[in-house]
Design a protein around this ligand. Structure first.
Ligand SMILES: Nc1ncnc2c1ncn2[C@@H]1O[C@H](COP(=O)(O)OP(=O)(O)OP(=O)(O)O)[C@@H](O)[C@H]1O
Length: 336
């Protein structure tokens, strides 16, 4: 039996929005006053998802795929059209007051800090809202403040902070009550590399220390690569992939190239002929092998080739996460 607890349990979750269209011309405008034309679109289309305690999951998809709508349902801001949502054992919308004390949320585009008051005053207010004891606050937050290096910012009003400084304070604010579950929506948007790295390190640390579950939505795939073993890929409201990031990468080796540089010129006839491998010559000593197959097929190819012909170099054209995801969207391939 799996001893890890399900922190997020979503079944056949669906959210529909009505989008209104206007008729043209003056008569159209009058008719619009009486009856309006609308279409129903499913922003989230029957998704089912389970996330266990301590997992760090990347929730990704193109603009308009339905990520924010899902997060809003998971955090109780929106009610689903149908389906069930259980987060931290609660219905986020119905048990809202109790529920919000068990989650932390960071929206990169919005602030939960008060603009005109000093950061530490915002922290104090949130401490009251979450009913955190002085003892818990001091022991937990002194560490958070130190790790995120925000001590010198605490007496400044939020409006005077740079984006990177504000985001580090936002993250600290989301953790005042040390929630077991953290929703991060574009937490590193617009930040420079050093701040990004600091935030990533910090997230890894809280995940290791407290087994905090993290659901991360971002367009920055390097955040996902650095933090998430598992990714859930959304396309037009549907989950098209849910699994390990490395498996997604391994699967995408299919149809890719391995480039061999031989010490001496090699004739086509001297290249090993393997099933599903197609050769293309680049220059006298360089050949490209195009293959369809998994990682095992790639290593079999490499070992057979180098046994027959000495090489000076071999290069596998590694697929970037961006390329791989683009491929899934373009070809509509669902791997699971
Ligand atoms: N309140 C709303 N009313 C009508 N349509 C909406 C509403 N909110 C979202 N939508 C539509 O639902 C779809 C999904 O939007 P959502 O914001 O969830 O996408 P997203 O994956 O978060 O996109 P992005 O990466 O751009 O933030 C979009 O087509 C959007 O236009």
């Amino acid at each position: 039996m799996d001893i890890k607890q399900n922190i997020i349990q979503v079944t056949n979750l669906r959210k529909e929005f009505k989008s209104y269209s206007s008729r043209s011309g003056l008569t159209g405008a009058f008719r619009d006053l009486l009856t309006r034309n609308y279409k129903v679109m499913a922003a989230v289309d029957d998704i089912s998802l389970t996330i266990k305690q301590g997992e760090m999951v990347g929730y990704i998809g193109e603009n308009g795929a339905g990520k924010s709508t899902t997060i809003k349902m998971l955090t109780g801001i929106l009610t689903p059209t149908s389906g069930t949502v259980l987060v931290n054992g609660m219905n986020p919308h119905k048990e809202r007051e109790q529920f919000v004390r068990t989650i932390g949320v960071v929206f990169g585009q919005r602030s939960q800090l008060w603009w005109d008051i000093a950061v530490q005053e915002s922290f104090r207010l949130l401490k009251k809202v979450y009913r955190v004891s002085d003892e818990d606050y001091n022991s937990h937050m002194s560490h958070v403040i130190e790790t995120l290096d925000i001590g010198p910012l605490l007496d400044k009003p939020v409006r005077k902070l740079s984006l990177g400084q504000r985001m580090r304070c936002e993250l600290a604010a989301a953790l005042i009550h040390n929630p077991p579950l953290l929703f991060l929506d574009e937490p590193t948007i617009g930040l420079d590399v050093l701040v990004k790295l600091k935030i990533r390190e910090f997230l890894k640390e809280i995940n290791e220390t407290y087994n905090t579950t993290i659901l991360l939505t971002t367009h920055d795939l390097s955040d996902i690569e650095a933090l998430c073993e598992r990714v859930v890929l959304l396309d037009e409201g549907k989950i098209v992939y849910d699994g390990r990031l490395d498996q997604l990468q391994a699967g995408a080796v299919e149809g890719k190239q391995v480039e061999f540089e031989f010490i001496e010129p090699v004739a086509a006839a001297n290249l090993p002929q393997l099933p599903q491998v197609y050769w293309e010559q680049k220059d006298a000593t360089t050949w490209l092998a195009q293959l369809n197959g998994d990682e095992r097929a790639v290593s079999k190819l490499i070992s057979t080739v180098i046994e027959a012909n000495p090489i000076s170099n071999v290069r596998m054209n590694k697929v970037s996460t961006e390329e791989m995801i683009r491929k899934i969207y373009e070809e509509g391939m669902a791997i699971s």
